[in-house]
Design a protein around this ligand. Structure first.
Ligand code: OOB
Length: 583
């Protein structure tokens, strides 16, 4: 259903997608209920962090029945706190079991999770909360040495709509522990503070008064973005569940699979390609990996018999380097998905010899379209292409700068439309007019070519974005922060090649006339101090007198990129895709 907030598919397309069987009228809430009814005792979630109230050395294992009950009770508790259908809840959790309890509780109510990443800081979180008028914010107490309660206190003070902060793990401090929210439907009557009793007597499972339908929005996902502020991506139950079902089929995920969530759980790739939600759809087992380093992931692959996982290219490189000398038994691993950024052919060739599994390249986007190499594609196709679309109804156009279709094999802009690709960002009409064609094709900003076999090869990018090992950075966003520095007259941020991350960021800065000279480190510190995710802090800062210009007098980012790669600073040692260089 199209709303001014979230444009969706015209009825003729929706009817076609239903008729073709892509959209089957499923919702996440009902999906979990069905799986729990089919196999209540099968393990759904394994969290190696252990149970704080039990034995912390023993992984927590939640069955489908338990996950379903937990989602129910949390949903009931959230309803009792006045969180209802359509409310937005910013969820910023690491890879812990409570992530799933929380999002399924919200799915069940029809409240929309807004998927923040653990790396986001005050600037981003405040923006998400303000822009979505979020009612609640869910955090861990601490993670990776960062105290999210301090962040929550800042955001809570700044955003009037925010009524609740729930702490899902660790000491809640001044806030409410998420574990205090669930209500036992057998003992506690549920009362909405405004409307009174929610259901009486309570049934177990609970009955949500007005559950979401399949064409309702399920959540808001974040776009990598190329503009000053990130865009939010509205996904419906039906469209997202179709992408899970399609992914499961192409990645061989069934009830016997064990999916390791190695990347941040909220990102679209580990969430849905086929990801944790695909695995849960299939009745498979999801194993949470707190960090993607081989020393953390490899023992879990051995002990849990992991069959499939997904990584960004820099991590895939680290794993292929570490595997041959590892003492852990990785033989259960059947499929390694690699995507989020271009995986070089040389690196791709090393995967099978090192890890003994099939490589599956995935070229996807939170806006929708996901391409996979097929498991039975010839090896050459697997290592040299980024796959082909999930759906026969994914429409692909490769066009020149004037939107004219190009012949097969030519490089051009990728436009796409289909049963799980959004028709517009959330509350962004002006941006939508630029990012979508009048007939609904999404302008991906990627430069691709099509092979004779129908596979896509990613050749580059037209959008003003840096892809730092899979983490997307909108140049304009960082430029705006640089411009806030009193000594900065102008700033341009471009990508420079990096053998490990693929790309990293270089900021070219012109200082104001008469301003005190600045050191690069001071500029980085300033950006960090603006409350941004660390991966957005420029890796390198160069001071210049002027920017190169194009023939018509515009700043030439192309020339700046060339200058950045020609003068590339010494390469840092691999340390992980989310650690900016501290030089
Ligand atoms: C995934 O999603 P996003 O939304 O973080 O980023 C999408 C963009 C694409 O438009 C493209 O520029 C780039 O990331 N990208 C790739 C790629 N996969 C994504 N570029 C080259 N090669 C690839 N294999 O990154 C995402 C979402 C679902 C599944 C996988 C990745």
């Amino acid at each position: 259903m199209s709303t001014p907030e979230a444009p969706t598919w015209p009825e003729e397309f929706a009817a076609r997608y239903r008729e073709a069987g892509w959209w089957r009228g499923e919702t996440f809430g009902r999906m979990l209920r069905e799986r729990a009814a089919e196999h209540p005792d099968r393990i759904a979630i394994v969290d190696p962090a252990g149970d704080p109230a039990g034995d912390p050395a023993e992984p927590r294992r939640w069955t489908y029945g338990e996950l379903d009950r937990r989602a129910d009770r949390l949903a009931a508790g959230l309803l009792a706190r006045g969180i209802t259908k359509g409310d937005k809840v910013v969820v910023q959790l690491p890879n812990i079991a409570e992530f799933f309890e929380t999002v399924f509780a919200l799915f069940r109510i029809g409240a929309l999770p807004v998927f923040a990443l653990p790396a986001h800081r005050e600037t981003e979180i405040r923006y998400f909360c303000e822009f979505t008028e979020a009612a609640a914010y869910v955090i861990p107490a601490e993670d990776g040495g960062f105290d999210y309660r301090d962040l929550a206190a800042q955001v809570l003070a700044a955003v009037p709509t925010l009524r609740h902060v729930f702490v899902a793990a660790g000491d809640p401090g001044a806030f409410e522990a998420l574990s205090d929210v669930p209500v036992d439907p057998n003992t506690d009557p549920i009362t909405d503070p405004v409307t009174g009793p929610v259901s009486d007597p309570m049934s177990d499972p609970i009955t949500v008064p007005d559950p979401p339908g399949p064409s309702d929005l399920a959540f808001l996902q974040l776009s990598g973005g190329s503009t000053g502020v990130p865009k939010l991506i509205p996904r419906t139950h039906d469209d997202y569940i179709y992408s899970l079902r399609g992914s499961n089929e192409l990645c061989g995920v069934d009830a016997s699979s064990v999916y390791l969530v190695a990347l941040p759980a909220a990102h679209n790739f580990p969430l849905s390609s086929p990801g944790s939600l695909g695995a849960l759809y299939a009745g498979a087992r999801v194993v949470l990996c707190p960090r993607p380093a081989p020393e953390v992931a490899f023992p879990l692959i051995e002990s849990e018999g992991v069959t499939i996982t997904g990584l960004v290219p820099p991590l895939a490189l680290v794993w292929t380097e570490a595997a041959p000398s590892s003492t852990y038994d990785l033989s259960s691993l059947e499929v390694l998905l690699v995507g989020g950024a271009k995986f070089s052919e040389e690196a791709a060739r090393r995967v099978r010899p090192a890890l003994g599994c099939t490589l599956q390249q995935v070229f996807g986007m939170a806006e929708g379209l996901v391409n996979y190499t097929r498991l039975d594609d010839p090896d050459e196709t697997i290592v040299t292409t980024q796959g082909r679309p999930i759906s026969p109804d994914d429409e692909i156009r490769i066009v020149d700068d004037e939107d004219n279709d190009l012949p097969v094999g030519a490089r051009g802009h990728l436009l796409t439309r289909g049963p799980y690709t959004i028709r517009g960002y959330w509350k962004a009409p002006e941006h939508n007019a630029r990012s979508f064609t009048p007939d609904g094709f999404y302008r991906t900003g990627d430069i691709v070519r099509l092979t004779e076999t129908g596979h896509l090869v990613v050749e580059g990018r037209a959008k003003d974005q840096i892809n730092r090992g899979g983490e997307k950075i909108a140049a304009e966003e960082v430029e705006n922060h640089l411009l806030a520095h009193p000594s900065v007259h102008d700033a341009n941020v471009v990508a420079e090649p990096d053998p490990y991350l693929g790309e990293r960021t270089c900021a070219y800065v012109i200082l104001r006339a008469g301003a005190e000279p600045l050191k690069p480190v001071a500029v980085k510190k300033f950006v960090r101090g603006r409350g941004l995710a660390a991966y957005k802090v420029p890796d390198r800062v160069e001071f210049v007198e002027a920017f190169p210009q194009t023939g018509v007098g515009k700043i030439s980012k192309k020339d700046l990129r060339a200058a950045a790669s020609a003068t590339r600073a010494p390469v840092p040692q691999p340390g992980g895709p989310s650690q900016p260089t501290q030089t």
